[in-house]
Write a protein that binds this ligand. Structure first.
Ligand code: FMN
Ligand code: EPS
Length: 367
């Protein structure tokens, strides 16, 4: 099992949904980064379940403990260990999955590979472990902001067939959908409540914007910035597609339409999503992810038992009707780790040492 991501700075996550804890080891964070417990907690509070009628009703406080790597509220340069206790598990809900596989979850594939599966709440395959990603990512989030003024921000852009037009960032953290448009709250609420009532779930799409990045971060050819961002995002539970800039729409465009023209003041558009040749252009990096509907639904569906007998299965437990809502802080967190890793690499590059040549910040456009 591959539990780490990142090279110069990395996070390694551990724990299961219904075990004692989940946690994260952050290795390679430079010393002297001011880090307070409440900063990590703030990020965890954005993600935790049980906060509204529109998410999993599992009631986890997600209180984080910093066990190592921080002394007098500053990082020491040694590994940072962050742990979060699991306090609201109801493992009995999962006993029917001991010998049968939920359609759409990881039960079947884990059983095939490991031959010994923790079926309680999805075990290691549960998005409970994304709490650990958010805790670890909060360290990178702070580091990139303090050292480069860079930020990674996400929002819900589509819920099933409802496209949510972006209005302003101020709305995003002030409603329980991470919606950038306050006039859509009633529509989103109605859609979700009717899905919850019928025991069904919905897919979604998130937008992620990375601002104020140095020009030239990334590592062509096999560690391109876009490839690494996509790898981080696709590593998250339930993410089925990543677009960078115009993404899949690029295939239906002409060169004249898609090429971002350059002027002495910078780029005139950002169809590239802020990345050319695997390196950042200095424009905002723009990415979208598509997330599948929650597989654990309370409607019956055909499946098989582990001795390959047909069964008709519905899932118990407390599940998110739409994963994308709580995935916003998770997606931000993993991208922060990747960006910090590349910025650390960038510190060894010519572009960084000869900062009079390439470190200009051209005009950055969001779309
Ligand atoms: C924030 C978040 C919350 C999730 N909540 C649930 C959930 O409540 N129930 C569920 O079945 N899947 C949920 N998932 C998705 C599963 O964890 C995921 O589908 C499963 O691990 C199988 O992996 P895959 O979808 O990437 O193939 C969630 C994912 C994320 C990112
Ligand atoms: C616990 C969390 O999310 C869980 C993710 C999840 C899954 O299958 O991914 C299934 C549910 O677990 P349970 O059935 O034990 O409530 C969610 O609640 C969390 O995000 O902290």
């Amino acid at each position: 099992m591959h539990n780490s991501i990142g090279k110069l700075v990395s996070i390694t996550i551990f724990g299961e949904s219904h075990g004692c804890i989940v946690g994260c080891l952050v290795d390679g964070c430079p010393s002297n980064l001011p880090l307070y417990n409440n900063e990590v907690q703030q990020e965890l509070d954005r993600r935790k379940p049980g906060k509204s009628a529109y998410v999993s009703q599992r009631s986890e406080k997600d209180n984080v403990k910093i066990l190592s790597g921080v002394f007098n509220n500053k990082t020491t340069g040694s590994p940072i260990t962050l742990v979060i206790e699991n306090t609201d598990c109801r493992s009995n809900d999962y006993f029917n999955l001991k010998e049968a596989f939920r359609p759409g979850h990881a039960d079947y594939t884990y059983a095939q590979k490991y031959k010994h599966r923790d079926y309680r709440g999805g075990g290691r395959a549960s998005a409970r472990v994304t709490a650990a990603v958010v805790a670890g990512g909060s360290v990178s989030k702070k580091w990139i902001r303090l050292n480069h003024g860079s930020q990674v921000k996400g929002y819900l852009s589509v819920l099933k067939d409802i496209a949510i037009p972006f209005i302003h960032w101020t709305y995003v953290n002030n409603n329980c959908f991470f919606s950038p448009n306050i006039s859509y709250i009633t529509t989103l609420s109605k859609q979700l409540l009717s899905l919850i009532k019928t025991g069904n779930s919905a897919g979604s799409r998130l937008a992620l914007i990375m601002t104020n990045l140095p020009t030239g971060i990334g590592e062509p050819l096999f560690n391109k910035l876009d490839a690494s961002i996509a790898c981080g995002l696709m590593s998250l539970n339930a993410v089925k597609n990543v677009d960078i800039g115009s993404g899949y729409l690029s295939s239906s465009k002409t060169g004249l339409e898609l090429n971002d023209a350059l002027t002495p003041d910078g780029f005139l558009s950002n169809h590239s999503g802020g990345i050319l040749g695997g390196l950042s252009t200095g424009s905002d990096i723009v990415s979208f992810i598509s997330i599948k509907p929650t597989s654990s639904i309370s409607l019956f569906k055909r499946s098989v038992s582990d001795n390959n007998k047909p069964v008709f299965l519905r899932t118990k437990g407390r599940h998110d009707p739409c994963i994308g809502i709580r995935a916003v802080p998770v997606a931000e967190a993993i991208v922060c780790v990747i960006i910090m890793d590349f910025i650390l690499h960038f510190h060894f590059s010519e572009g960084y040492r000869n900062s009079n040549s390439h470190l200009v910040h051209p005009k950055a456009y969001m779309y």
